[in-house]
Design a protein around this ligand. Structure first.
Ligand code: AMP
Ligand code: MG
Length: 521
């Protein structure tokens, strides 16, 4: 098995001088060395074959005892020195101080075909950043992270990846509803891969401690390795870097809106500096279109991280990053200009994205307006977002209003409750849509193809992940395999998986894990 190991992050920044693995404040360092806890009886649940291939490894490599030991944290690669990163963060709008990798341990960076894969074990035991928690993860949350990160990748959306999921053979105590009823659950470890796991919070912690020296080292490292095309100098270099992070964050958030993904905990410690989706906790997928929906029970009151607010929150988080980078840039008007630009770009790109989802012309203001108005209509009665966009792609120029309404009717959760008033609104909207597509040069087939490449047919609905979890608790991993395989082609029609192109079943409406998720993981 071929490893090409580098430890660029730990070479670029100073480490914690204390080696003791005890919860504490770590100052003047970017990370602490830490050894993963030994898993008593690790067993592979699933691994991502394609990702293993991308790393230059075979199926046999992944199935070997050595790999199981490595990916469970039981063996350390001799060329590596595992570590946990120090970062801070704004949580739910407030500065939370030091957070750090409380249950993630970075192993090494493996380079293959010019790609850098940083390896990280989530749930491999406590670190100095565990804040007196156990540093472990349970099987249910690990399955959710594993399946969703791979699904996100195949949707074409930047994300951290998941190479493997392993049960440790150890039990973990969790109070899933935080209501004083803790139970023992199966422990698991996901091996996550990304070019880097650096977050906004890594910059914020140094800035908060006025540790400008390390702030600069971290920023220079990030630019050198992950934004190497930035060739400007001094303060301009850091401003250019910030601009690019803004751009990537806009793109990421627009992509989430496009497919109906709600991150659930967009704290600044969960924002990747590379614009990747990171930290799959109480996330969810919009089923009936509702901009106010959040899957996270912890956020049920303020709904800060609701679907319709993700663009605003991305901007808010970028303001925090701007504050953190300020000592390197020292130019308030320039930073303000970048942030203002974010806001106007966001609005324009958001409506253009919505128009594209409908196969409409993004340079026509009328088309963008129609696409925006649709989002209001979708929210008026329970309408399945994913199903709606797939069905409307079958519209044809020669159709009449009732044909189109008939086409989309199975996207409504309960057509019978639709009032006459709303029906009329739909008829008006459909008339205008038919006018738009008739004025367009694209053929019906061209439009449909474009739309289907943007509107996924298969998403990891919350109840689907829960079914896979329920089976896995009984050591039946077949549903993980089925969903994993299906989600590799989210935009294709896959007749063998037609049963997953369906509205959420009624039983899932209120079930824990399906409609509401706590942060317990
Ligand atoms: P999250 O909201 O899951 O992104 O986590 C916020 C912070 O809590 C991060 O610093 C995590 O590393 C830490 N954390 C979450 N769960 C645990 C755990 N079971 N043990 C130790 N630290 C944890
Ligand atoms: Mg986190």
């Amino acid at each position: 098995m071929n490893f090409n190991i580098q430890n660029s992050f730990t070479s670029a920044l100073p480490g914690d001088s204390l080696l003791e693995n005890k919860s504490r404040q770590v100052e003047g360092a970017g990370y602490s060395y830490v050894i993963p806890r030994k898993a008593s009886s690790p067993k592979m649940v699933h691994f991502a074959k394609e990702l293993a291939t991308d790393c230059g490894w075979t199926l046999q490599d992944l199935q070997s005892d050595w790999m199981l030991s490595l990916l469970s944290g039981n063996e350390i690669h001799p060329e590596s020195k595992p570590y946990a990163m120090c970062y801070g963060g704004h949580q739910f709008g407030h500065w939370a101080g030091q957070l750090g990798d409380g249950r993630a341990i970075n192993l090494f960076e493996h380079i293959h075909n010019g790609h850098r894969f940083s390896f990280q074990l989530k749930g491999a035991g406590p670190t100095p950043y565990s804040r007196n928690s156990d540093g472990l993860a349970v099987l249910r949350s690990s399955i959710r992270e594993y399946l969703c990160s791979e699904s996100m990748h195949y949707l074409g959306i930047p994300t951290t990846r998941a190479l493997s999921i392993i049960t440790t053979g150890d039990e973990v105590l969790r109070d899933i509803l935080y209501d004083g009823h803790p139970t023992m659950e199966k422990g698991a470890i996901v091996c996550r891969l990304a070019p880097s796991f650096i977050r906004f919070g890594n910059f914020e912690i140094f800035a908060s401690r006025k540790d400008i020296n390390n702030l600069k080292l971290l920023t220079d490292y990030t630019i050198q390795y992950f934004y190497p095309h930035i060739t400007s100098h001094d303060n301009t270099k850091y401003l250019d870097f910030f601009k690019e992070v803004c751009q990537r964050t806009i793109e990421l958030t627009l992509n989430w809106q496009r497919v109906g993904f709600v991150h659930g905990v967009m704290n600044t410690d969960n924002m990747s500096i590379l614009g990747l989706t990171i930290d799959y906790g109480p996330y969810g997928w919009v089923e009936d279109y509702d901009p106010n929906w959040t899957p996270n029970t912890t956020d049920a009151q303020g709904k800060r991280y609701r679907y319709g607010n993700q663009g605003n929150i991305a901007l808010w988080n970028l303001v925090q990053l701007a504050n953190a980078l300020y000592p390197l840039i020292e130019d308030v008007p320039a930073l303000e200009e970048v942030l203002e630009n974010f806001q106007s770009t966001w609005e324009d790109q958001y409506s253009a994205m919505l128009a594209r989802k409908l196969g409409l012309n993004t340079s026509e203001n009328d088309h963008k307006k129609l696409a925006l108005e649709l989002t209001k209509l979708l929210a008026e009665v329970e309408t399945d977002m994913t199903i709606f966009y797939r069905l409307i792609a079958h519209a044809e120029k020669t159709m009449i209003n009732t044909d189109v309404f008939q086409l989309i009717s199975s996207a409504f959760y309960n057509l019978e409750v639709m009032s006459e008033e709303i029906k009329i609104k739909w008829q008006n909207w459909i008339d205008r849509y038919l006018n738009c597509i008739n004025a367009d040069a694209n053929s019906d087939l061209e439009r449909k193809t474009k739309m289907n490449n943007l509107n996924p047919k298969y998403i990891l609905r919350n109840y689907m992940a829960q079914l896979a979890i329920d089976a896995a608790e009984k050591e039946d991993y077949s549903l993980i395999e089925e969903l994993y395989t299906m989600l590799k082609k989210p935009y294709d029609d896959q007749p063998e998986y037609e049963k997953w192109f369906a509205k959420r079943p009624e039983w899932a409406r209120t079930k824990i894990g399906c409609s509401m998720l706590s942060c317990s993981s």
